[in-house]
Design a binder for this molecule. Structure first.
Ligand SMILES: Cc1cc2nc3c(=O)[nH]c(=O)nc-3n(C[C@H](O)[C@H](O)[C@H](O)COP(=O)(O)O)c2cc1C
Length: 208
C-alpha cells in the first residue's frame, strides 16, 4: 500500500510544518511590555524551548531580563496575531527587517489585554487560553550562514515554566487537566493560520 503513494522531492522555502502560535511577552528596558508572535516552540517536562531569530526585541529582552510569559493563542486570535506580524519592538527597525515597522505598544495595536503576572514581571495576554510564566534557563546562539546571518543567526532559548494559568472553561473542573475537547491552539502551517479540528482520540498515557 505505502509503495503506491506518489511522492515528490520538494524544496520548500520554509519548514513550518505546523506548530502552535505563542505570544511571548517580555519587558523592555524602559519597563514597558513587548509581544513577539512566534511558533517555533516545543515542550518537555517543565521546559518550553523557543527558536528565535537573532536581532529581535523579544530575544534582547529575554537576554537582559531573563523572564517572560508564554501565551498560547487560540484560533480566534489569528487576526490579532497577524496585526502584530509586520511589527517589531526594535527602534530603530534593523535594516535586515525589511517590511517591518516599529510598534511601541503591541498590546494596543492588536487589541489584546495585558494582565499582571504573579511571579514574573512581563504581563500575560488575557485573551490567550493558556498563559505560562517562565524564566530563562539557557540561551544558545547559533550561526546559520545561509539564513539571516545579518540578524545574528538564531537562538535556542530554554525556559522553565513556573506557573500555568488556563481559561477555566478550557479545564476539567476539579482537576489540573486541560480539557482536550475544548482547548484548541492556533497553528502556524507553512505561513498560514489553521484552527485545530476535533480531538481524534487519546494516547495510552492520558489521565482523563
Ligand atoms: C505566526 C508567526 C510565527 C512566527 N514564528 C517565529 C518564530 O518561531 N521565531 C522567530 O524568531 N520569529 C517568528 N516570527 C517572526 C517574529 O514575530 C518577528 O520577527 C517579529 O518582528 C519579532 O518581534 P520583536 O522584534 O518585537 O521581538 C513569527 C511571526 C508570526 C506572525
Amino acid at each position: 500500500m505505502s509503495d503506491s503513494i506518489a511522492l515528490r522531492t520538494i524544496r520548500p522555502s520554509v519548514l513550518y510544518f505546523g506548530t502552535p502560535v505563542l505570544l511571548i511577552a517580555t519587558r523592555n528596558a524602559d519597563g514597558s511590555a513587548n509581544l513577539t508572535p512566534m511558533s517555533s516552540a516545543w515542550a518537555l517536562a517543565d521546559r518550553v524551548v523557543l527558536g528565535l531569530a537573532g536581532g529581535g526585541q523579544g530575544l534582547a529582552n529575554l537576554e537582559r531580563e531573563g523572564e517572560c510569559t508564554l501565551n498560547v493563542a487560540g484560533p480566534d486570535a489569528w487576526r490579532a496575531v497577524e496585526a502584530l506580524a509586520p511589527t517589531t519592538g526594535c527602534d530603530p527597525v534593523p535594516s535586515w527587517k525589511a517590511g517591518y515597522r516599529y510598534a511601541a505598544d503591541k498590546f494596543a495595536l492588536a487589541g489584546l489585554t495585558p494582565r499582571p503576572s504573579e511571579i514574573v514581571a512581563p504581563p500575560r495576554v488575557a485573551e490567550c487560553p493558556l498563559q505560562m510564566e517562565a524564566r530563562v534557563v539557557e540561551i544558545r546562539r547559533r550561526a546559520l550562514p545561509a539564513w539571516r546571518e545579518a540578524a545574528g543567526g538564531f537562538a535556542i532559548v530554554e525556559t522553565e515554566v513556573l506557573r500555568v494559568h488556563a481559561h477555566a472553561d478550557m479545564t476539567l473542573a476539579g482537576s489540573d487537566h486541560v480539557d482536550p475537547q475544548r482547548f484548541r491552539p492556533l497553528l502556524y502551517v507553512f505561513r498560514h493560520y489553521v484552527g485545530g479540528g476535533p480531538s481524534l482520540g487519546r494516547t495510552f498515557k492520558a489521565e482523563v
